[in-house]
Design a protein. Structure first.
Length: 288
């Protein structure tokens, strides 16, 4: 296995860039990790693994929103929805070529997406909490990837969250939507709903929903969980993702190690928008 590689792969009509690298050791005690990245002009998937424990790999990131994850020859194909699952499936197959023993993939679910607010500022919505609300106790990685919490105690607690969405006694009599305009919009829907699930089902067709949920969605998630944590560390079993292998054709770029490829510089999300909202700012947002 080469320490560093740069090449492309072709999967059906799609072309991706691949980067393989190894972490630098500064002392004899340092662990040497292997890394592999997959994407287009932007590297949208990265894995890390320790050769001493090849049965588990760590998903460093799977970030597709606003990213160019496929080679430009594919016309800037957008990766979202089922295409995200396809990208993940391809990445798992690629990972298996380097680590055939891998059985599980672990990751920290800090997924998010950008949302435009009425004041034209960009807000960060944490997908795990947002999806959890509108899919009644299930996160995106749970529903779409078959992921489950690493910690067994958290796993059991997480499974019980869905029951609270359909239990009328779990829905409080009142709820503050943290904004005057939003209270006027949502309070009639809240009063006419018997359960948390009823309420969120009724919200689905409201336009600009992420902006209107932004001031209160984390508060709602907290209320439903009753101080229990929404698990952060998850794992995915590799088996279901390799049952039907896709043909991966390797395209060498330059020599055996490949010529350096210029990729977009990664921009940290905290430089685009803050991680958490400001309560006073939320109170003053105008939705009408």
């Amino acid at each position: 296995m080469l320490a560093e590689e740069n090449y492309k792969i072709k999967v059906k009509d799609l072309v991706f860039h691949v980067q393989k690298s190894v972490s630098q050791k500064y002392t004899a005690k340092d662990i040497e990790y292997d890394f592999i990245k997959l994407g287009g002009e932007d590297m949208c998937v990265e894995y890390k693994w320790d050769r001493r424990n090849p049965t588990t790999a760590e998903l460093q990131w799977l970030h597709t929103e606003g990213r160019r994850c496929v080679d430009d020859r594919n016309g800037g194909m957008e990766i979202r929805g089922e295409n995200t699952r396809l990208l993940f499936r391809i990445s798992v197959q690629l990972l298996r070529q380097y680590v055939p023993e891998v059985q599980t993939i672990e990751f920290l679910d800090n997924s998010h997406f950008a949302c435009k607010l009425p004041n034209q500022k960009t807000a960060k919505i944490f997908l795990n909490h947002y999806y959890f609300l509108f899919h009644h106790g299930h996160t995106w990685y749970d529903e779409k990837m078959g992921a489950y919490p690493v910690d067994e105690t958290q796993r059991e607690t997480y499974r019980k969250f869905a029951d609270r969405f359909v239990d009328p006694s779990a829905k409080p009599i009142s709820f503050d939507f943290m904004n005057h305009d939003l209270n006027e919009l949502f309070q009639p829907i809240w009063r006419s709903s018997n359960t948390w699930k009823d309420f969120f089902v009724k919200l689905r067709r409201i336009p600009d929903l992420c902006a209107k949920a932004y001031p209160w969605y984390l508060r709602a998630s907290h209320a439903i969980r009753r101080n229990d944590m929404l698990p952060e560390t998850w794992k995915i079993d590799v088996g279901p993702w390799i049952t039907r292998a896709l043909p991966l054709e390797k395209i060498v770029v330059g020599g055996s190690r490949g010529r350096p490829i210029q990729f977009s510089k990664y921009v940290y999300d905290s430089s685009i928008c803050p991680d958490f909202s400001n309560t006073m700012d939320n109170r003053t947002l105008k939705y009408r």
